[in-house]
Each structure stands twice: as structure tokens, then as C-alpha cells.
Design a protein around this ligand. Structure first.
Ligand code: PRT
Ligand code: ZN
Length: 298
């Protein structure tokens, strides 16, 4: 097969997203031949390879057609959309949210500074590594402020006197707190996404994208899910069904030679804790099993 008939996914080489991205692909049944510290990973089972790069380069690599897909923070993808990457504009899309790398791009000000909404930023200098997203947000609110672009360590700008406010990624908030900053507004909610050009390839690579999306959806559908299995008197089925977290419709299975009793199986969206199980047992269930769900194919 010509190498470009194989799908190529750009991923962060090392950083917050690389480990969870590898884990997700493994859960999708993909395995790779090269070691993780190399630039290129050759897919073993499926025609899907990886290119390991800096996360900021991922949108441009997709736009240039070097890679077909990318796993990247929504913030990086949207920043690229705002600045256009300086190249011929190839519109990109997020095909799926991937359920990790959650954070928010937020405005923060020194603890003692008053904030009564975006208008409080008028005329201030705001330090950020996401100038495109910040400018777009300021424009949407009709605020004229000075955007100070920094490559990193944005949180120290107010103390250094180079800005009065910052716009930075926040996860737990502990970095802001450590720098006596207060989170006051949200510019963007982010998580890792599967990025792609708006026009997807229609050759073999398109088939590989479909396979990947099907598997991602399968993994996603059962994330945190548990299969609950139990035995119960036929008359208590409705009462038990009402107690199932996430209210799934249970499957009712006949038991050979036991007409009064049935087996219930239900895919519960949440984990079931001991208390929930005890309540279900008190309602008449016995032989309860909570089983992990590996994957699902609709
Ligand atoms: O080398 P490369 O350029 O690939 O990596 P990088 O250093 O640019 O990126 P990296 O690994 O730090 O982050 C990759 C992506 O992870 C980001 O683009 C986000 O989509 C996502 N992400 C999720 C985060 C955070 N959470 C996060 N907390 N990215 C950065 N941070 C930083 C933030 O900038 C701040 O310095 O962590 C600090 C705040 O964290 P808390 O928990 O103290 O609030
Ligand atoms: Zn980066």
C-alpha cells in the first residue's frame, strides 16, 4: 500500500495529552510498532500511523495535508482558526470530543482588582499565549484592550508589571491561586478533540477514519458504564428498573425451570456504588453482579 493511503494522525509527542491519547487509541484496538520517543509510529493492525509533534504544530500539519487527523486541545484548534495559521486557510473541524485534557481558557486578575464583567478590562493590558482567542472574545464583548502575547509563564505577568490581567488555561485553579490571581471569566471550555479538515478524504483513508470514529464512539459509549446483572422475582422487575442509575431499560431473560424468577441485565451509565446495590437488593434482587464494559459496537 502506498504510504499515503494509510491514515496519519498527528499527536502531541510529550505533554499532557500524549499519554491519554495513546491510551485511547489502545482502547480502540490500535497498536504501533515504533517506540513512543520516536517521531513516527507505524500502525500494526490497521492502516493508521502516528506522527508525534508539538501540539501547536498539529492544526497546520492537518491544513497542509501532512497529516489527516490530529489529537489536540480544542483551544489549540480554535486558536488556529482565529489566526488562520498565516497560511492558505483550510477550515478544520473537531470530529469528536475525546473526554480528556479538560481545561478552560480563562481571564484572571490580581486578587485585589475589582471585576464587574468584561467591561472592567477596557484599556488594560492582558497577557496570554492565545492571542487569537482572546482578541475574538474581546471583540465579541466590544472591549478595546491591549493583548500582550507571551510564549509561557503568563501567570507572572501582573507581578512583573507587564500586564494588569491574564488569559490562560486553567484546570484546578491552583496555579492562579499560587500567583494571587482570581479567575473571573471564561473565554473557552476545552478538551482534547479529534481534529480534521472539513473536507475528509474519500479514499482508503476515509474508510480508516470511519473505522476509528466507530471505535471511538464504542469506547465513549461505555466510558464509566457498568453492566448490572441480577436475579429477581418477576413481580419486582418494575420496582428494580426504577432504581437503576441512568434509568436504562433492562433486558429481561427467562430462567430455565424457574418461571417465577428472571435475570435482569442493564447497562448503567454510572458506576454502581455499594449503597445503590444494597437498595436494589432490598427491593428484591439477589445474585447481583457489576461487570466492567470494555467496548460496544452499535
Ligand atoms: O510541547 P508542546 O507544545 O507539545 O506542549 P505544551 O506545553 O504547549 O502543552 P501542554 O502539554 O502543557 O498542554 C497541552 C494541552 O493540554 C493544552 O493545549 C490544553 O488543551 C490541555 N490542558 C489541560 C492544559 C491544562 N489542562 C493546563 N492546566 N494545558 C495547560 N495547562 C497549564 C496552564 O497553562 C497553567 O500553566 O497548567 C497550568 C494551570 O493548571 P492548574 O491545574 O494549576 O489550573
Ligand atoms: Zn504547545
Amino acid at each position: 500500500m502506498n504510504p499515503r493511503e494509510r491514515l496519519r494522525i498527528a499527536m502531541q509527542k510529550s505533554g499532557r495529552l500524549s499519554e491519554p491519547a495513546f491510551e485511547l487509541l489502545e482502547r480502540c484496538g490500535l497498536s504501533f510498532r515504533q517506540s513512543r520517543d520516536k517521531l513516527f509510529c507505524y500502525g500494526e493492525g490497521e492502516p493508521i500511523d502516528l506522527l508525534l509533534v508539538r501540539d501547536d504544530d498539529i492544526p497546520a500539519l492537518i491544513a497542509q495535508g501532512v497529516c489527516d487527523l490530529g489529537i489536540v486541545g480544542r483551544n489549540v484548534l480554535e486558536e488556529y482558526a482565529c489566526t488562520g495559521g498565516g497560511e492558505a486557510c483550510v477550515p478544520l473541524q473537531a470530529l469528536r470530543g475525546l473526554g480528556f485534557g479538560a481545561c478552560r481558557l480563562a481571564i484572571a486578575v490580581p486578587q485585589e482588582r475589582a471585576y464587574a464583567g468584561p467591561q472592567s478590562l477596557r484599556g488594560l493590558r492582558i497577557a496570554t499565549s492565545s492571542p487569537g482567542l482572546l482578541r475574538r472574545w474581546l471583540e465579541r464583548h466590544g472591549i478595546a484592550a491591549q493583548v500582550v502575547t507571551l510564549a509561557g509563564s503568563v501567570e507572572i505577568a501582573p507581578r512583573l508589571g507587564t500586564a494588569e490581567a491574564i488569559c490562560d488555561l486553567v484546570q484546578t485553579g491552583s496555579t492562579l491561586a499560587a500567583h494571587q490571581l482570581r479567575e473571573v471569566d471564561t473565554v473557552l471550555e476545552s478538551e482534547a478533540v479529534l481534529a480534521a479538515p472539513c473536507a475528509l478524504p474519500v479514499d482508503e483513508r476515509g474508510d480508516a477514519i470511519e473505522l476509528l470514529l466507530r471505535r471511538l464512539d464504542g469506547v465513549n459509549r461505555v466510558r464509566g458504564s457498568r453492566l448490572l446483572q441480577l436475579l429477581v422475582e418477576r413481580s419486582a422487575v418494575d420496582a428494580i428498573a426504577r432504581l437503576l442509575p441512568g434509568a436504562p431499560k433492562p433486558t429481561v431473560l427467562e430462567l430455565a425451570g424457574q418461571p417465577g424468577e428472571v435475570m435482569l441485565q442493564a447497562l448503567c451509565s454510572d458506576e454502581l456504588d455499594w449503597r445503590q446495590l444494597e437498595r436494589i437488593k432490598q427491593a428484591g434482587a439477589r445474585e447481583l453482579f457489576v461487570l466492567p464494559v470494555e467496548r460496544a459496537l452499535a
